[in-house]
Design a protein around this ligand. Structure first.
Ligand SMILES: Cc1cc2nc3c(=O)[nH]c(=O)nc-3n(C[C@H](O)[C@H](O)[C@H](O)COP(=O)(O)OP(=O)(O)OC[C@H]3O[C@@H](n4cnc5c(N)ncnc54)[C@H](O)[C@@H]3O)c2cc1C
Length: 238
C-alpha cells in the first residue's frame, strides 16, 4: 500500500510525512495550516487527534475553562474529517436502528438513538451559536431502493424507527422517485430528515472556535508514546 493510500484501519504507525488525501473536499477547500509543537509543553488536558472528535472535545473543555492542548500528527482534515461524505444524519451509517435492536436489544438501540440525536443537536447548535460557514444544506435525506426486496426492507426499517424511536419518515413510491428526482429504475424509497455540509469547512470552523475558546492546537505533532503522569495534573506529552 502506498503512503498516499494510508488506511487507518489497517496501518498501525503514523508519520507526518503521509500525504493529504486527494478528495473532492480537499480540492475545493484548503484548511488553514496550523503550527506544530516544537518545545516542552504541559497542560491539564491533552487531546490526541484533531478530527471532529478531538476538536469537539477541545471545544467542550475550553468552553468550561479547562487548560487543554490538542495535538494531531498531520495538518487539519488529514483523517476521516477530510474523507467523509458530509451528511448530518441521526444514525450510524452502517446498521439501522432495527438492525441494532435485533443485534443488541431495545435498550441499547434506544441509547444509541438518543446519542445520534444528541450528536446532531450538538452540531446544529454549534453551527448556529458560532455562525459557522460550512455550506450547510438542509435535507430531506432520501434512501432509494434498488430492488423490491430492498424497498420492503427500507419501509419496514423506517416504520420500526418511527414507531419505536419516534423518528418520522415519508415513504416514496417508484412513481414519486421518478417524477420528483427524475431517477428511473428505482423501486421506491424513504425520506427522512437530514442535512449536509462541507466537511473541511467544518474542520476550519471547529479549529477557529477551539482556538478562540482558549485551546492550544498543534498539528504535524504525532503522539509517539504515552506514559504515566509525572506530576499530579500535569501529564507529560511528548
Ligand atoms: C468514506 C466515509 C464516509 C463517511 N461519511 C460520513 C458522513 O456522511 N457523515 C458523518 O457524520 N460521518 C461520516 N463518516 C464518519 C466520519 O468521517 C467519522 O466518524 C469522523 O471523521 C471521525 O472523527 P475522528 O475525529 O474520530 O477521526 P478523524 O477525523 O479520522 O481524526 C483522527 C485524527 O487523529 C490523528 N491521529 C492519528 N494518530 C495520531 C497520533 N498518534 N498522534 C496524533 N494524531 C493522530 C489523525 O491525523 C486524524 O487527524 C464517514 C467516514 C468515511 C470513512
Amino acid at each position: 500500500m502506498s503512503e498516499h493510500n494510508y488506511d487507518p484501519l489497517v496501518q498501525t504507525g503514523i508519520t507526518p510525512s503521509l500525504e493529504t488525501p486527494q478528495t473532492y473536499w480537499h480540492s475545493t477547500h484548503r484548511c488553514k495550516s496550523q503550527p506544530s509543537l516544537s518545545q516542552q509543553h504541559t497542560c491539564n488536558y491533552l487531546v490526541i487527534g484533531g478530527g471532529y472528535t478531538g476538536l469537539s472535545a477541545a471545544i467542550t473543555l475550553a468552553e468550561h475553562g479547562k487548560d487543554v492542548t490538542l495535538i494531531d500528527s498531520h495538518q487539519p482534515g488529514f483523517g476521516c474529517a477530510g474523507r467523509n461524505a458530509g451528511f448530518i444524519l441521526s444514525g450510524s451509517g452502517r446498521l439501522s436502528l432495527s438492525a441494532i435492536e435485533d443485534k443488541w436489544g431495545k435498550a441499547i438501540a434506544q441509547g444509541m438513538s438518543n446519542e445520534f440525536e444528541a450528536a446532531v443537536s450538538l452540531l446544529r447548535n454549534r453551527i448556529d451559536q458560532y455562525d459557522m460557514q460550512v455550506d450547510l444544506a438542509t435535507g430531506p435525506y432520501v434512501k432509494l431502493a434498488h430492488s423490491t426486496k430492498h424497498a420492503r426492507q427500507l419501509l419496514k426499517s423506517a416504520a420500526m424507527a418511527q414507531d419505536n424511536y419516534g423518528i418520522p419518515f415519508t415513504p416514496l413510491t417508484q412513481g414519486t422517485v421518478e417524477s420528483r428526482f427524475g431517477i428511473e429504475g428505482m423501486f421506491g424509497g424513504v425520506e427522512v430528515s437530514g442535512a449536509c455540509l462541507h466537511p473541511l469547512k467544518l474542520v476550519d470552523e471547529y479549529t477557529k472556535v477551539a482556538t478562540s475558546a482558549g485551546a492550544n492546537l498543534f498539528y504535524n505533532t504525532p503522539a509517539l508514546s504515552l506514559s504515566e503522569p509525572t506530576q499530579k495534573n500535569a501529564p507529560s506529552m511528548l
